[in-house]
Design a binder for this molecule. Structure first.
Ligand code: 13P
Length: 289
């Protein structure tokens, strides 16, 4: 199976009332073990990279690795560019073969967000590439994008409707109280707001800041129409913690296969727990999309 657009994947997930996890991957290895985890659970999955990872690994290399992994593991796989503010990087990703891109113009006023999202839609739509946009402002840290707690803003439902009418964007990430990174306390998720948005727009919604959100809350978000659930921090933590532990036990360790294998196992378990949480286990059937 080759990489597929995330638009039909997410529409189908929304219709069938389950989510699909979009895992942020930061190295080539992680592309393979995320797909291995998803394949073991027969789950569709989305790989996503930030702009920093594109700069680090190269868009073409990421696409080639993701294609190879999608073919080896034979599960529906999307490749998404996360939080991009730069039109040139979006073009580069689409040319390289990403099947989904996020234009994050949420730091601009509504009209400017509409304008920038429309520009990306013009490029992506004819190529069958999914587009995601953000309304409101998700707090926290995601690579170079930092939104202080006091600057985070929840999305206004009526604006979500207007935004979709004006841009035609097929997936929307409304800020609803989650944040990127580690929470200081419990996330303050506004479920009524999600319900209101889902009532007046019919596109699949995207939950950013999926790490460390209590399982029941993630399930509730999914049941309300959040079809894409982004997870980055917890996967990085599981991976790094396993490596840290390895070196605590064996500070002179030399063989990367030894510690990377432990890191892979820990991260795979974490990925599997997230896949089960959104209810996409066993959803790969021959007619998936
Ligand atoms: P976390 O780092 O909180 O999992 O958020 C990931 C995310 O939303 C990526 O866009």
């Amino acid at each position: 199976m080759t990489l597929i657009s995330t638009t039909p994947m997410l529409r189908k997930a929304k219709k069938n009332k389950h989510g699909i996890v979009a895992f942020n991957v930061h190295c080539f290895d992680s592309i393979f073990w995320v797909l291995e985890a998803a394949a073991e659970l027969k789950s569709p999955v989305i790989l996503q990279t930030t702009v920093g990872t594109v700069q680090n690994l190269g868009a073409k290399n990421i696409v080639e690795a993701a294609k190879t992994a999608a073919e080896s593991y034979n599960i529906p796989t999307g490749l998404h560019l996360d939080h991009c503010t730069d039109f040139d990087v979006i073009k580069e990703a689409i040319r390289a073969g990403y099947t989904s891109v996020m234009i994050d113009a949420s730091m601009h006023p509504f009209e400017e967000n509409v304008k920038r999202t429309k520009e990306v839609m013009e490029l992506a739509k004819s190529l069958g590439v999914n587009v995601e946009a953000e309304l409101g402002k998700v707090g926290g840290v995601e690579d170079d994008i930092v939104v202080a707690e006091e600057d985070a803003q929840k999305a206004v439902p009526e604006e979500c409707k207007l935004f979709i009418e004006q841009t035609g964007v097929p997936t929307l990430a409304p800020a609803i109280g989650t944040a990127h990174g580690i929470y200081k306390g419990e996330p303050d998720i506004d479920f009524d707001r999600i319900a209101k948005i889902a009532e007046i727009v019919d596109v699949p919604l995207v939950l950013h800041g999926g790490s460390a959100v209590p399982e029941a809350d993630v399930r509730r978000c999914v049941s309300l129409g959040m079809a894409k659930v982004n997870v980055s921090t917890e996967l990085k933590n599981a991976y790094s913690e396993a490596i840290r532990k390895h070196f605590e036990m064996d500070p002179d360790s030399l063989d990367p296969r030894a510690y990377l294998q432990k890191a892979k196992e820990a991260a795979k378990e974490m990925a599997k727990s997230k896949i089960r949480m959104v209810g996409s286990e066993g959803k790969v059937v021959p007619s998936f999309v």
